[in-house]
Write a protein that binds this ligand. Structure first.
Ligand SMILES: [Zn+2]
Length: 218
């Protein structure tokens, strides 16, 4: 926009034609084939990948550095968008982060009101209060906090809130598929430690991600 305005100004000033170089700024993209393959390891074809856009933008996450996926599309902070032209080639952190966001896409496409649940979390302080999380460690946002060996023992997948579902799926994905991607990562180590328990919670989801009864209720 700035480049275009400057060109127009210079045309007005000097009565010269504007430079012909166009600056194209991409603000959204579709999934790459590598990303789709990676997602199919988790969601099979329960997600219509052709409908998914990844954008730069939003407002909440530009402050927090988080992504947002309220309505079937992913909104990333600009830095994260720029460094990830293909999440299937990204460092471990960004890969499991992407799978977390894709869990929201799965939820949304199967009928979860993600924006409404997100708003309710926001009002409850889920995105602003930090807790010591048994599963994710210190300084975890309350919305994502799980304690699957303690408070959450025996819970079914659909009894976790929509953010906790994203966490569980990203842990499972990290443990199963990112063993070669800097395995010393703390997130990977936590994932491995929890794998047996998470697999039990995710069993029905892994077998049949088409099942709408697995969707979160909050
Ligand atoms: Zn999330």
């Amino acid at each position: 926009i700035v480049a275009n305005a400057t060109a127009k100004l210079s045309k007005l000033k000097n009565n010269q034609p504007p430079p012909t170089t166009e600056i194209k700024i991409e603000t959204k993209r579709k999934l790459t084939s590598g990303e789709i393959k990676m997602c199919q390891l988790v969601f099979k074809d329960a997600v219509d990948y052709s409908k998914v856009w990844i954008h730069i933008g939003g407002y909440l996450h530009s402050a927090t550095g988080n992504a947002m996926s309220p309505a079937g599309e992913i909104y990333l902070p600009k830095k994260a968008y720029d460094r990830n032209p293909d999440f299937s080639l990204a460092p471990g952190e960004d890969r499991h982060w992407f799978i977390h966001e894709m869990t929201h896409i799965w939820q949304f496409q199967l009928g979860t009101p993600n924006a409404w649940y997100g708003l309710k979390q926001l009002c409850k302080g889920g995105y602003t209060s930090l807790v010591d999380s048994a599963d994710s460690g210190a300084d975890e946002l309350k919305a994502y906090d799980t304690d699957i060996l303690g408070r959450d023992a025996g819970k079914k997948f659909n009894e976790f809130n929509f953010e906790q579902q994203g966490r569980l799926v990203e842990f499972w994905f990290d443990a199963c598929y990112l063993q070669e991607v800097r395995p010393g990562r703390l997130h990977h180590q936590r994932s491995l430690k929890l794998l047996g328990h998470i697999e039990r919670i995710l069993r029905d989801f892994i077998l049949n991600p088409y099942d709408k009864s697995l969707l979160p209720r909050s």
